[in-house]
Design a binder for this molecule. Sequence first.
Ligand code: FAD
Ligand code: PYC
Length: 415
Amino acid sequence: MKYSLLGLIKGAGNHHKDWPAAWRQPEPKPAYDVVIIGGGGHGLATAYFLAKEHGVTNVAVVEKGWIGGGNTGRNTTIVRSNYLWDESAHLYEKSLKLWEGLSQELNFNTMFSQRGVMNLAHNLHDLRELNRRVSAIRLNGIDSEFLTTEQVKAFCPIINTAPTIRYPVLGASLQRRGGTARHDAVAWGFARAADRLGVDILQNCEVTGIRREGIRVTGVETTRGFIGARKIGSVAAGHSSVIAAMAGLRLPIESHPLQALVSEPVKPVLDTVVMSGAVHVYVSQSDKGELVIGAGIDAYNSYAQRGTLQVIEEQMAALIELFPMFSRMRLMRQWAGIVDVCPDASPIMARTPVEGFYINCGWGTGGFKATPGSGWVFAHTIAQDRPHELNAAFTLERFSSGALIDEHGAAAVAH
Ligand code: FAD
Ligand code: PYC
């Protein structure tokens, strides 16, 4: 087949011209049955499942910037369900199962890649802890296995497993069904699917206040005017405390910067996700070829989406010790998001004492993997006015009753 150069250039020029918009840009209606605050993956998934599973279609997602511009578009895309406690294991596993069919569900390629997630052990304590976790996870019917040093090397040959390094690799846990996905595709996929079911996505629309009559919400004040609402779901990640304060609630949440960075693109060298809580770094390789690298939160509270050099220096030292071949690579970009951390490193998805006001927050450093599952149970909670059994334990009251779900270990390197 022959192409003329002119034809190709003309074709290239016209290439995107007749594509319809993936979702509408509607004007806000005076009122909705449900207003979701926050157009990240969780907010959009909630709106989608409200419409699809519960027939609640008079819904608006109100986003102060652009959809997916918060942590959804800033995270390092690791998806797994290897959590310790039963409550978390079942919740994250529901989400992983939804991930496994999400591209088909949304008719949108989320580039979900089950390349495995490996957590390394570097000392006796790590070994005991990983073995305990592998057993607990398997008891919940979720795949998890323990690898010896030799098996780690066979699974990921570029890891330095020499016994002489400062923190030698003594073994690892592996969840083969874990992996990565394309973060912004998830936001776009849910947005397009929700829009088609009648949900209004209102971008550049910041919520500045919540109106109440007595103990009941009546709507949100926004930069595009007042919008009435019978029910309001707050899904604002690092800004959850700010939104809750508008409704008169104080949340047990701290907001911290969490940063990440990517290298220049190289040919495929790493076909799994490697995490190490002890030396404090994690890395995977994106489909573009960039190494996607991260570590823990910056210790101070902040709403500025930037991190400090200190965290970068420490994670680079750890990375190079584990992967000496990366030492000559150049880094291209660094950024941060603001994460909402609960004292037990588990989320809150619940009704609140303010009638009609529901919160979904506290995902901290690990909520991307939960995006479909979180939307699924939160839609149930809002529509039915009671939690689904999968989120029944993730209440606000647990911080006064003491029924905490301590997942600091599962959040691992990022905490
Ligand atoms: P967001 O995507 O942040 O959405 C909240 C939205 O609310 C934002 O778009 C924001 O603009 C909007 N908003 C805030 N205030 C207002 C207002 N007043 N009015 C209207 N809108 C408002 N998790 C994992 O599982 N795996 C990982 O590998 C991983 N890596 C991470 C790496 C980094 C660097 C960061 C920052 C996070 C990481 N996470 C990871 C955590 C994960 O990104 C989050 O838990 C998850 O994306 C939260 O999704 P969300 O939809 O709740 O939040
Ligand atoms: O939750 O898997 C995770 C994670 C990795 C990096 C940040 N969060």
